[in-house]
Design a protein around this ligand. Structure first.
Ligand SMILES: [Zn+2]
Length: 237
């Protein structure tokens, strides 16, 4: 797979390991079964449960099914990682989407099922975003052209600081692409959370608790905040 180092989109909430206080208990009735938002993340069964939750809600059903189709056809891979698996001194992002020509990848680091479902949804919105896909592939071609000229510095994953090495046109294009993609994903994330909290009152306590712990963003994210979260300073006004 061609890995697109710079074309990575993250869900900005942090996967911080272990908390002293347990999260408020909350179960969601899916009709055939009850899912506990507090279920600790252990493996693939949690991913199935996260998909079941997203497919249960009308608001997230289409995106979840499109994601399942991509998974089945091999165009998308999803990995569940634990924070312990990395030795990074800074907290890891909770979600990450990496666009690839043949195969795209989602990485998730969530501690509980309720978080996993929302982080998964955020990344699935990226995976379903055709504008992003188009822009990402076009930028990849531009990057290749720069590489061929020997003027390009390789990007370590998630490093945005080396953008000074690029032409300002490519920087602007990419920042605009990231801004649009994150705007879409955060709008989707917020709509999903509001729906979950409306349908299941205990979800409110669960997500507000995790928002205080910086595990998830429940509040609306204004454009200005989005720009500073993703270091998007070169956007045309
Ligand atoms: Zn994102």
């Amino acid at each position: 797979m061609k890995r697109l180092g710079p074309l990575i989109l993250v869900a900005l909430s942090l996967a911080l390991p272990s908390f002293a206080v347990p999260s408020p208990k909350c179960e969601i009735d899916l009709g055939s079964e009850n899912l506990s938002l507090n279920a600790p993340i252990k493996g693939t069964e949690n991913l199935d449960a996260a998909f079941a939750l997203l497919e249960h809600l009308e608001i997230s059903q289409g995106i979840a099914r499109a994601g399942q189709d991509k998974l089945k056809s091999g165009k998308l891979k999803i990995e569940l990682l634990t924070s312990k698996a990395t030795s990074s001194p800074v907290p890891e992002p909770a979600g990450l989407f990496e666009a690839g020509k043949e195969e795209s990848k989602i990485e998730l680091r969530s501690s509980e099922l309720g978080l996993l479902a929302v982080h998964l949804y955020h990344e699935l919105v990226h995976a379903a975003d055709l504008d992003f896909e188009k822009s990402a592939m076009s930028l990849l071609e531009q990057r290749k052209a720069h590489d061929a000229l020997g003027k390009f510095v390789n990007f370590p994953s998630l490093e945005w600081v080396t953008w000074e090495e690029e032409s300002s046109r490519i920087q602007k294009d990419r920042q605009l692409m990231v801004f649009k993609a994150e705007r879409l994903a955060f709008n989707g994330q917020r709509a999903l959370l509001l729906e979950l909290m409306k349908q299941t009152p205990c979800a409110s306590g669960f997500y507000r608790f995790h928002e205080r712990q910086k595990h998830i963003i429940v509040a609306e994210v204004p454009d200005t905040t989005l720009r500073s979260l993703y270091n998007l300073y070169r956007l045309p006004n």
